[in-house]
Design a protein around this ligand. Structure first.
Ligand SMILES: [Zn+2]
Length: 403
């Protein structure tokens, strides 16, 4: 049976609730299946549903976001992403846990994490802290259920202001964090209001988000997909949280996921007005659109295409969301297979294009002689862990254009 994926067109900004008349079109991509979907058979892959995919920027708060909003239930049903299976991410969270532990070394805070996934951060925080994870995904539930001594309480629901009320969490938490979860939320305004209510006065909110500026600098159009509903710049984030009485006390740019922001906010209660940021970002978005529309002219694509023309097979490495986007936006490049290390994905197929996902042992002497690293943000790890691959490693990102 052909599955339908429900989606709607947003009629207001997810972060500041500005009306649709203030949402400016920025990029229209070819239709895409859900990038987090991996199919159990080739037939299911060919039957997967594609949806339009467009990017817009809010003229009022500057948040860049996807116009088409996929129903959260459909989105999380296909969520096969266990953070602890990605080596680079595990190291990232070890480091983040150290930073948090140092920041609160003289206290034992009540700590809540939005989007805790398989507990990759919570398990590394000091045992004396009160810890809670809020995450609606199956991955969060099954890992928590199978852990005999889970270090944290799990609420297997989306974080909303209604949940905060229902749990009577007003003013309860000292510290709230969210790593990479803000991209998946439909009503960000509601989540921020929930955080503002759940934190005690002067409580702190740590956010790690993919950095719009890093995406734009490298023209990373392969990170644009329905699951990434919003893409934050430092300005837009500071803007939106400022209106709810948060002050940014520090930030840093970190290499996670091809470029991210780690920001620390304090709930001071002093509300600020929004400042426009679209004048800065519209020209940069135009440049991204140009890189996307010229994607067939990229040197790596030419190399792959000429290999195929000469009768060679080509492969890819890293079957995450980025790969799903790339393979579905480059449909005339047929990859024999794509390697992945995650047992959740090996044996499955990329939706629509039907590329099989295989384990790293496939990179033997019989392997295709050209392998595109679709998980290019883990390129060094991948090359180091597969020293015997006899062919050429290639990447297609980041793209640095002449201005
Ligand atoms: Zn807005």
């Amino acid at each position: 049976m052909l599955e339908t994926v429900p989606y709607t067109i947003i009629d207001r900004c997810r972060a500041c609730h500005a009306p649709s008349s203030l949402l400016i079109p920025a990029l229209e991509m070819d239709p895409m299946p859900l990038a987090g979907q991996f199919c159990i058979s080739r037939k299911e892959a060919y039957d997967a549903v594609s949806m339009p995919l467009s990017w817009i920027i809010c003229e009022r708060c500057g948040l860049v976001q996807v116009l088409e909003d996929v129903n959260d239930r459909a989105l999380f049903k296909h969520y096969n992403y266990a953070s602890s299976t990605v080596g680079g991410l595990v190291r990232h969270f070890e480091q983040f846990a150290c930073i948090l532990a140092e920041s609160y070394e003289n206290s034992e805070p009540a700590f809540l994490e939005i989007g805790c996934n398989d507990g990759v951060l919570l398990n590394k925080l000091p045992a004396t802290w009160t810890k809670c994870g809020v995450d609606p995904s199956d991955v969060a539930r099954t890992t928590h259920e199978s852990a005999s001594d889970a270090a944290y309480e799990l609420v297997n629901k989306p974080f909303t202001s209604t949940l905060v009320d229902r749990k009577q969490w007003t003013g309860k938490w000292d510290v709230i964090s969210g790593s990479n979860c803000l991209a998946h939320i439909s009503d960000l305004r509601d989540v921020f209001e929930g955080v503002a209510s759940a934190l005690r006065p002067n409580g702190e909110f740590w956010i790690e988000v993919h950095d719009l500026d890093a995406l734009l600098d490298g023209s990373q159009w392969d990170t644009i997909y329905h699951e990434h509903k919003a893409e934050w710049s430092l300005d837009a984030l500071t803007n939106c949280l400022g209106t709810l009485g948060f002050e940014r006390i520090s930030f840093e740019r970190i290499p996670m996921h091809g470029g991210a922001l780690r920001c620390r906010f304090k709930k001071t209660g002093e509300k600020k007005y929004l400042q426009g940021t679209t004048d800065t970002y519209l020209p940069k978005l135009e440049k991204l659109s140009l890189a996307y529309h010229r994607r067939n002219e990229h040197p790596t694509v030419r190399t792959l295409r000429s290999a195929v023309k000469n009768g060679q097979r080509i492969a890819a490495f890293g079957a995450a969301g980025r790969a799903n986007v790339y393979l579905n936006q480059m449909v005339d490049l047929t990859f024999t297979w794509i390697v992945d290390e995650s047992p959740l994905r090996i044996g499955k197929f990329i939706p629509c294009v039907g590329t099989p996902i295989v384990d790293p042992s496939s990179l033997d002497q019989e392997a295709p002689k050209k392998c595109l690293i679709t998980a290019w943000n883990y390129k060094d790890d991948i090359i180091r862990k597969n020293p015997n691959y006899p062919g050429d490693w290639l990447t297609a990102f980041p793209i640095h254009q002449e201005s």
